[in-house]
Design a protein around this ligand. Structure first.
Ligand code: GLY
Length: 350
C-alpha cells in the first residue's frame, strides 16, 4: 500500500516478508542489490534469496562514501551486464542510499532504484527526497545529484538489527522533522521524552509523520531553492561538529552531531532574538532527556573554520534555518560567526 505519494512513493510494510513479495513483483530486466557488509549479513541474507538476486557489497561507514566505491559499484554493474532497464535496490543506511542513488543517477545516464533504508536515520530522512551524493576528501556530500528513487520501502523490523547507539542517533532526524512541521507529534515526545524501540507502534507513527512532512516539502521544492532549506535545521552547526570530531576517525554518529546541532542552533536563535528563552529551555531540556550530550564542546576554533566553508553559505555569511517555536521556522537567516562562537563557548559554561 502506498502510504505517502509525492515525487517518490513511500510504502510501509508490516513485515520484511511482505516487502520481499513487493520486490519479487518488480518488473525489470534485472534486479541488483547494493549492501554494505553489515546490511548484507544482517538484512539481506536472512530475508532475501541470494540465488535470485545479485548483490554488490561495499565497505560500511561514512568515510567509505567516496569516489573509489562509487566507481567500484559502477564497474560491478557493468560486469553484471546491467542495462538501462536494470533496477538497483539500495539496502542500507544513509551511506548506501546516498552512494547507491548516485550510482543509479549516473550509470548509463540513469537507471531506476529503490531505497530500502535499514536505519532509523535513513528511514526518517535520507532515503526520501532524491538527494544522492558522496564525500570528497573531508567535504561531506561534495559530489551529488538529484535523482528520485522509484519507491522508498520502510520495514521497521530492520531497526532490530541496529546497535542501540545507531537507533538513538537516528532519532535526531525524526526530532528535527517533528519540531519543524508536526507539533502534535512533537508534543507527544515532549510529554514522554524517550526513544521508542523498533517494535513500539509509536516509532512507526513518528517515522510516518516525519516522511509525510518531508514528502510535502520535497514536492514543493525538490531542488532546495526555498522551503526545503528548512530541513537543514540543526545541520549547519551539526555538520561542522561532525566533520571536526571525525577528522581522524569516526567518533560521532551523524545523528549525535545533529542532536548537538539542534540544541546549539536553538541557542543561536535565542541570541538572534528569534526563539524566546522559554522555548529554548523547554525544547533543549526535552532533547537532553532523550539524548544526554557531552557537556563540553572541544575544538571550537576548528568548528568555526569548518562552518565558514559550509556549502549553504552565501557571501561569507552563515545561512541557517532557525526555529522560532515548534512548527514555526525562518530560513536563510544570516548568522554572524561571532554569535556562533559565543554560543559554543557559552554552552560549555551552562
Ligand atoms: N536531508 C535533508 C534533505 O533531504 O533536504
Amino acid at each position: 500500500m502506498t502510504d505517502i505519494n509525492g515525487l517518490e512513493s513511500v510504502y510501509f510494510f508490516d513485515s520484511v516478508s511482505d516487502l520481499n513479495l513487493f520486490i519479487q513483483k518488480q518488473n525489470s530486466s534485472q534486479i541488483n542489490f547494493l549492501c554494505d557488509s553489515n546490511t548484507y549479513q544482517y538484512c539481506f541474507l536472512p530475508y532475501f534469496n541470494s540465488n535470485t538476486y545479485s548483490v554488490i557489497t561495499i565497505a560500511p561507514g561514512d568515510h567509505n562514501k567516496n569516489p573509489q566505491q562509487l566507481f567500484f559499484v559502477c564497474e560491478e554493474l557493468l560486469k553484471l551486464h546491467a542495462d538501462r532497464d536494470a533496477l538497483l535496490i539500495n539496502l542500507g543506511g544513509g551511506m548506501v542510499c546516498d552512494l547507491g542513488g548516485m550510482t543509479a543517477s549516473i550509470f548509463k545516464r540513469g537507471i531506476r532504484f529503490i531505497n530500502i533504508p535499514t536505519t532509523t536515520l535513513a528511514m526518517a530522512d535520507a532515503a526520501l527526497g532524491g538527494k544522492t551524493g558522496i564525500n570528497l576528501g573531508l567535504v561531506k556530500n561534495a559530489l551529488g545529484t538529484f535523482h528520485h528513487a522509484n519507491s522508498v520501502c520502510i520495514a521497521t523490523d530492520f531497526i532490530k538489527t541496529l546497535p542501540q547507539r545507531e537507533h538513538i542517533s537516528g532519532f535526531a532526524e525524526i526530532i528535527k522533522m517533528l519540531l519543524l512541521f508536526d507539533c502534535k507529534e512533537w508534543n507527544k515526545i515532549a510529554q514522554h521524552p524517550a526513544i521508542p524501540a523498533a517494535d513500539n507502534p509509536l516509532l512507526s507513527g513518528y517515522i510516518k509523520a516525519a516522511l509525510a512532512a518531508k514528502g510535502k516539502i520535497v514536492q514543493q521544492d525538490p531542488f532546495e531553492k526555498g522551503i526545503r532549506k528548512s530541513l537543514n535545521y540543526g545541520h549547519s552547526i551539526g555538520h561542522a561538529i561532525e566533520a571536526v570530531y571525525n577528522e581522524k576517525s569516526d567518533t560521532l554518529l551523524h545523528g549525535e552531531a545533529i542532536f548537538w546541532g539542534i540544541q546549539l542552533e536553538n541557542l543561536v536563535a535565542n541570541q538572534m532574538g528569534i526563539m524566546s528563552s522559554e522555548w529554548a529551555v523547554n525544547i533543549n531540556s526535552t532533547l537532553s532527556q532523550i539524548f544526554p550530550l557531552p557537556t563540553q564542546i572541544n575544538k571550537i576554533d576548528k568548528i568555526i573554520e569548518s562552518l565558514r566553508n559550509d556549502k549553504k553559505n552565501k557571501d561569507e555569511k552563515i545561512q541557517m534555518t532557525l526555529l522560532k517555536e515548534p512548527g514555526l521556522f525562518v530560513i536563510n537567516v544570516e548568522v554572524p560567526l561571532d554569535i556562533v562562537k559565543h554560543t559554543l563557548k557559552h554552552f560549555n559554561n551552562l
